[in-house]
Design a protein. Structure first.
Length: 231
C-alpha cells in the first residue's frame, strides 16, 4: 500500500450509534453534507446491510463502506477512480478495525463487475463538480448500470440534492425497474463553492423545487433514496 505523505487530520463522525474515525488528507474527498445524509440514511435501514454483500462506487475516504461493515455487511468491495483515494480508504478501515474484501481502482463507467452479483450498491454520487456538462451523468449511469451488479430484490442506496432534480431521478428509477423510497431527508445551507462553480446556480434555478431561499439564505434539500430492483 502506498504511504500517503500529506498532512492528515483525524475527524470523528457520529452516525448514531456508530463513531467512524476518518483520517482526512488532501487525496480523498472530505465527507460533505451529502455524505452525512447518506450515513444517517444508512442507519435508518440497517437490514439493507446486515449480512449482505455490498459494493460502494466512489468510496472516497471509505466512511460509508466502514459504516456498512459496522451495520453488519457480510463483505464490501470498494472502488474509486483514484488509487491514492483508495489507499486513504484502506488506512481508514484499519483505523476502525474493519477491512474491505476487494479495493479496485476503476472507472465506474467502464467497470465490468465480477460474475457474482451484489445485494447492495452504495454511492454518494458526485454532482456539482461531476466534471461533465451534464452534472447528472453520474446519477443517471449509477441507476442504469446498477443492473449489472444486482439481482432482482437487490438494493441501490444513494444520496442526492434537490438541485440534481428529484423528479428526474425518480422517473429514471422507475424506467430502470426500481421501486424507491426516501429513507432520510434534511435541508442545509449551500456550500460556498456552489456560488463559484460556473453556471451552477443558474442551472439549479431551472430545476423544479431545486432550492429555497429562507431569510436570504440559499437552502438545498438532501434525500437518501433506497431503491429495490423489481423481479
Ligand atoms: C462525492 S465523492 C463521495 C466519496 C465518499 N463516498 C463520501 O461521501 O465522502 C465521489 C467519489 O467518487 C470518485 N469518482 C469520481 N468519478 C468516478 C468514477 N468514474 N468511477 C469511480 N469513482 C469515481 C471520486 O474520486 C470521489 O472519491
Amino acid at each position: 500500500m502506498t504511504t500517503i505523505n500529506s498532512p492528515k487530520t483525524l475527524t470523528k463522525y457520529f452516525f448514531d450509534p456508530f463513531v467512524i474515525k476518518i483520517n482526512l488528507s488532501s487525496e480523498a474527498w472530505k465527507p460533505t453534507p451529502h455524505g452525512h445524509a447518506l450515513g444517517n440514511g444508512m442507519t435508518q435501514v440497517p437490514h439493507v446491510f446486515c449480512g449482505k454483500s455490498v459494493i460502494e462506487i466512489g468510496a472516497g475516504s471509505g466512511i460509508h463502506a466502514i459504516l456498512a461493515l459496522k451495520l453488519g455487511a457480510k463483505n464490501i468491495d470498494i472502488t474509486d477512480i483514484s488509487e491514492e483515494v483508495n489507499n486513504v480508504a484502506k488506512e481508514n478501515a484499519q483505523q476502525n478495525n474493519v477491512s474491505y474484501r476487494h479495493t479496485w481502482v476503476k472507472d465506474w463507467m467502464n467497470f465490468e463487475p465480477i460474475p457474482e452479483r451484489y445485494q447492495v450498491v452504495l454511492c454518494n454520487p458526485p454532482f456539482c463538480k461531476s466534471g461533465t456538462p451534464d452534472r447528472r451523468w453520474f446519477i443517471k449511469e449509477m441507476i442504469k448500470q446498477s443492473h449489472k451488479f444486482l439481482n432482482p430484490g437487490g438494493y441501490l442506496i444513494f444520496s442526492q440534492s434537490s438541485m440534481a432534480n428529484f423528479e428526474k431521478t425518480e422517473t429514471e428509477l422507475e424506467e430502470d425497474g426500481f421501486i424507491h423510497e426516501v429513507v432520510y431527508s434534511t435541508r442545509g445551507l449551500f456550500r460556498d463553492y456552489y456560488f463559484t462553480e460556473p453556471g451552477f446556480i443558474e442551472e439549479s434555478r431551472q430545476v423544479p423545487n431545486g432550492f429555497e431561499i429562507i431569510d436570504g439564505e440559499y437552502i438545498e434539500t438532501l434525500q437518501v433514496y433506497l431503491a429495490t430492483l423489481k423481479a
